[in-house]
Design a protein around this ligand. Structure first.
Ligand SMILES: [Zn+2]
Length: 362
């Protein structure tokens, strides 16, 4: 059997097939001159067989199920693979052909996963979910609603020990000496702008809520680029802005929430079922983190991300890093302890045009 790199989305599988360095026409997707996997030649030297088997083994044929069930539990193997994972790039028919051929030559996969509908028993096992999914049987939306409308401080929705382990994987260190920027619109001061002292985070009781802090809890929001800092405050043309440079006076340990999701179940030796049940939820958190917020949003919209950053603070991290919604290549950090940096420079600017060209105020 043969298939090609282009039959897959998964970056690990694609890289593996690419390394095999045989090219030709793919019998599955018909693309020409593509990197090919040939089972007879490559099954022992490539990880592809193990990659595919490890996922297919999770699925159990319908006839093995006993007890209560609902029809929606069971799907064809190709539907399951396409809905649960982002491994294959082709159509349902192409996935089906790959799996049929693969199962027919595999020694440890049952043919029944092709002839019957399949399911993953653990997904319907409450005690399994309780022990392995950081939200147990609940959804991120259940939790958001509970946080917003029912109880803000206590909930049974999140298994903190499991969430802690997932977040730990995103821990990074930012070195002492790294510069970050904060901007404030200073129109009310005209060209005098803000003083250096005013460029720090507001005192605790005056702190307004943001993506990573609740009302009354001071937090210093910084960007890695000057222009991103200006975009983040949504300054308009002909606004005056003061921009301050903050330099870290010590190394900081933060959670890089831009790394909270993974693009492949093969990124580590992670248990594939646990990957499946947690990754979906992490993707929802990621999309909440990336949602643009404006000053007209309700404070309540910030609750889910405040919950995550509060937990990071509780665990002793110095801050969280998240993508800028204005600039894909940039990022922001919310620093919980502003004494980790020093304000080393500040200057006033007039926004010249909507492309945020900066003219220094003389
Ligand atoms: Zn192909």
């Amino acid at each position: 059997m043969q298939f090609c790199k282009e039959c897959f989305n998964d970056p690990e599988i694609r890289a593996d097939i690419e390394n095999l360095s045989i090219k030709g026409k793919c019998p599955i997707c018909s693309k020409e001159d593509v990197s090919l996997f040939d089972f007879d030649i490559h099954h022992e030297i490539s990880n592809v067989v193990e990659y595919l088997s490890s996922i297919l083994k999770l699925y159990v044929p319908e006839s093995k199920h006993f007890g209560v069930f609902s029809e929606s539990m069971f799907r064809t193997i190709e539907d399951s693979l396409l809905e649960d994972w982002n491994i294959f790039s082709g159509s349902k028919e192409q996935v089906k052909r790959i799996i049929e051929e693969f199962v027919s030559i595999s020694l440890d996969l049952s043919n029944k996963i092709i002839t019957e509908k399949v399911y993953i028993p653990e997904l319907y096992d409450e005690s399994y979910l309780d022990n392995n999914c950081f939200m147990g049987k609940y959804t991120w939306n259940d939790f958001k609603k509970y946080l917003r409308n029912i109880n803000r401080f206590h909930s049974k929705y999140i298994k903190l020990d499991l969430l802690e382990n997932l977040l730990k994987e995103t821990e990074i260190q930012v070195r002492q000496g790294t510069n970050f920027y904060r901007a404030r619109v200073s129109n009310q001061r005209g060209n005098r702008g803000f003083t250096r002292k005013e460029m720090w985070a507001p005192p605790d009781d005056l702190a307004t809520p943001g993506r990573a802090n609740s009302r009354g809890q001071s937090c210093l929001y910084l960007s890695n680029k000057k222009k991103t800092a200006v975009k983040e405050i949504r300054a308009h043309a002909f606004d005056y802005v003061t921009i301050a440079t903050f330099r870290l006076v010590r190394d900081i340990n933060i959670l890089d929430l831009t790394l909270i999701t993974h693009n492949s179940p093969y990124y580590s030796e992670v248990n594939k079922i646990n990957y499946l049940i947690n990754e979906k939820l992490l993707k929802e958190i990621e999309s909440d983190l990336a949602k643009p917020m404006s000053r007209w949003d309700s404070e309540l919209d910030y609750l889910p991300t405040q919950y995550i950053s509060d937990f990071a603070k509780f665990l002793g991290y110095d801050g969280v890093k998240y993508k800028s919604t204005f600039d894909n290549s940039s990022y922001n950090i919310a620093l919980f302890d502003s004494s980790a940096c020093n304000c080393i420079y500040h200057a006033n600017f007039l926004i010249d045009a909507l492309d945020y060209k900066l003219n220094k105020v003389k």
